[in-house]
Design a protein around this ligand. Structure first.
Ligand code: NFS
Length: 639
């Protein structure tokens, strides 16, 4: 069993883990230790449960069986198991996109209680989709956009609308040539399930290309579509301040944690917490305090400045503070373990989506049409729960970190436009060309209870900043970077001299003393934003995205969604580092195809797309490998 200091860099997490253990409460960190001995077959991707001939476990290079009963070899097994993971990731994000599209449709039809907060973005997206806007009302345009989005789950020919709209042309040419461009998200997911079933696709390279299609489904029907529609409904993020840490819980207030991914309900909860603030006073609280967990937290901090309490791996510890009246969850990254922890306290776990329930939790059903009713009921439940709080159990760590977020592409361009109004990207391009910025890195993804929390994310970011690489960040990695000052002025000490000077210069145009070293672009679906930025830069330079000195890093991932996001980056030719074993080591062919270089023999991702997977658990070494790739691309570009 690891000591608290070994499971997290975060001293507040360490403190709360010790509290949990002293109270006999088990968390993910303990369960990670209890299950530390992992199956070597599964870890290598070599355990097949696709049919009732199995499970077959094979030993490719040893003395055991080399093929499953059906004749599948190690390469096929590993490629299939990777595709299985990709299907999960792509489905999660596609479903996120579809739910938001339905909410936009209902809003446009006057059936759901939302308003279009960013009409400018609505019009830009409509134009991008080649929809008629002239002489149309806002709701008519919104309806047309929503229907175009829903078509990406229905059409049977052609290419997904969001790929036509957002996909970079030079990448498109490669995908089209390989025949991997998605037609509709549901169709592609169904096809992937079929090809992966027993007796289906048995060509490992073809299966890997199927994984790339899942990356594109994730990227376009999930990420881009969700970011665009959420911006339309809730506003495009602008620079905003928030606080990060477990200390954002307030002993004197009613605390509600919103956790999950889709901001449709949580935005309403923020609204209803304000409306019902006075009611809180009647039960002796000083107000209602909403705090964010995981990506719902990111969505709310980006647009509302709602404080963030925890990333994925420490989510249960928010409850251990004893000061949480309700934890409201929607979809994805919700540990079932929160219910066991909540049962030791007065905290009510509230599930809200019919297909994501937890045994023992309260369920308040969310449908966009009745969003106000659900949000009101949830806030009222939390108010009632305040009386049940046991003050003797309350332990809230002290000290939180101030952070600046809200860096959508629009916000970044608004800042740089103050230097060059006609070509807002030019200051960034000049800085990349003259080496002020050596490269751009997206530090993204999760925290993982098996890994020491925050160490990988922060170390990769600091190593790259030191070398003048501009960092953009999303997801739980963004939580990690916020905690250690990389989203405020203090973090400038981590930057190389030229980057530091540039951030100071740009900061003045944003009304700050400096831009933060890590630019927070949002939740995991907002990984659309780094790619939009890169696509726009590539267009200005008239080169493919794969030529840019840009990389992605996912040092502490746990989620299949992170793998699909990484694959979507690789499909654009952006190298991606993962710090956690992607469980493909059972096949040399699969490993070589994913991680090999363009010069290597045989088919490699690098050869096909111009970007590859880098697997490295040591964050210092990983950063060095990323820098090497950045320099290689700089050299090829002649800069
Ligand atoms: Ni991304 Fe966000 Fe966090 Fe990982 Fe989960 S919350 S969608 S998957 S754990 S970053």
């Amino acid at each position: 069993i690891r000591e608290p200091e070994e499971v997290s860099k975060d001293t507040q997490v360490q403190q709360m883990l010790a509290v949990a253990r002293s109270r006999g409460i088990e968390t993910a960190f303990d369960r990670a230790d209890q299950t530390a001995a992992r199956c070597p077959f599964g870890s290598a991707g070599l355990c097949c449960r696709s049919c009732l001939e199995g499970p077959c476990r094979i030993v490719p290079n040893g003395s055991g069986p080399r093929r499953g009963v059906c004749g599948s070899d190690a390469d096929t097994l590993v490629a299939r198991s990777l595709l299985n993971t990709m299907i999960q990731g792509a489905s999660g994000h596609a479903e996120h996109g579809r739910e938001v599209a339905m909410a936009l449709l209902k809003t446009a039809e006057g059936k759901a209680p939302y308003v279009i907060r960013d009409v400018g973005k609505l019009m830009r997206v409509a134009k991008g989709l080649n929809l008629e806007t002239e002489g149309k009302s806002i709701n008519e345009v919104a309806k047309a956009v929503a229907l175009a989005a829903l078509e990406d789950f229905q059409k049977h020919e052609g290419v997904m609308n969001w790929i036509e709209y957002r996909g970079h042309q030079k990448s498109r040419e490669i995908w089209d040539k390989l025949g991997i461009t998605p037609v509709n998200a549901h169709l592609e997911i169904a096809k992937a399930v079929t090809r992966n079933a027993m007796g289906g696709d048995a060509d490992p390279v073809n299966l890997l290309l199927g994984s790339v299609t899942m990356g594109l489904v994730d990227g376009y029907s999930g990420l881009h579509l969700s970011s665009d529609l959420q911006d339309i409904l809730f506003g495009t993020p602008k620079a905003v301040k928030f606080n990060y840490s477990l200390a954002v819980l307030d002993e004197k207030q009613i605390n509600i944690a919103v956790h999950g991914h889709i901001p449709l309900l949580s935005e309403k909860i923020v609204e209803w917490a304000r409306i019902l603030e006075r009611k809180a006073l009647t039960v002796g609280a000083e107000g209602i305090n909403i705090v964010g967990v995981c990506c719902t937290g990111n969505e709310l901090l980006m647009r509302q400045g709602v404080h963030a309490a925890s990333s994925f791996s420490s989510q249960e510890l928010v409850i251990v503070t004893g000061a949480l009246e309700a934890m409201v969850v929607d979809i994805q990254c919700i540990m079932p373990g929160i219910q066991q922890v909540a049962e030791c306290y007065h905290t009510e776990i509230i599930t809200t989506i019919p297909h994501v329930k937890i045994s023992g939790a309260t369920h308040v059903n969310f449908e966009p049409e009745y969003a106000d009713d659900a949000a009101r009921e949830i806030v009222e439940r939390a108010i009632r729960n305040f009386a049940k709080r046991d003050p003797a159990k309350v332990v809230i760590p002290g000290g939180s970190v101030e952070a600046h977020a809200g860096f959508s592409v629009e916000q970044i361009c608004e800042v740089t436009a103050k230097i060059n109004a006609d070509k807002p990207l030019q200051p960034l391009i000049d800085a990349i060309k003259d080496g002020t910025i050596r490269g751009v890195a997206a530090v993204i993804g999760c925290t993982n209870p098996r890994e020491p929390q925050d160490i990988g994310n922060v170390t990769v970011a600091r190593e790259l900043l030191k070398n003048n690489v501009l960092i953009v960040t999303t997801g739980c990695a963004a939580h990690s970077l916020a905690k250690y000052g990389l989203m405020n002025e203090d973090g400038l000490e981590a930057c190389g001299d030229s980057l530091k000077a540039l951030l100071r210069q740009l900061g003045q145009h944003a009304g700050l003393s400096a831009l933060p070293p890590a630019l927070h672009m949002g939740s995991c679906v907002d990984n659309s934003r780094p790619l939009d930025l890169l696509s726009a830069i590539a267009d200005e330079l008239d080169v493919p995205v794969s030529s840019l000195p840009a990389v992605g890093s996912c040092p502490e991932t746990h989620s299949p969604k992170a793998l699909t996001i990484g694959t979507y980056f690789i499909a654009h030719g952006v190298d991606v580092h993962v710090g956690v074993d992607p469980q493909v080591s059972g096949s040399n062919l699969v490993t070589r195809t994913l991680t090999g270089s363009r010069e290597d023999k045989g088919i490699t991702m690098d050869g096909l797309f111009g970007g590859k997977l880098i697997v490295e658990s040591d964050p210092v070494k990983a950063a060095a490998m990323l820098l090497e790739r950045i320099d290689m691309k700089r050299k090829a570009l002649g800069i």
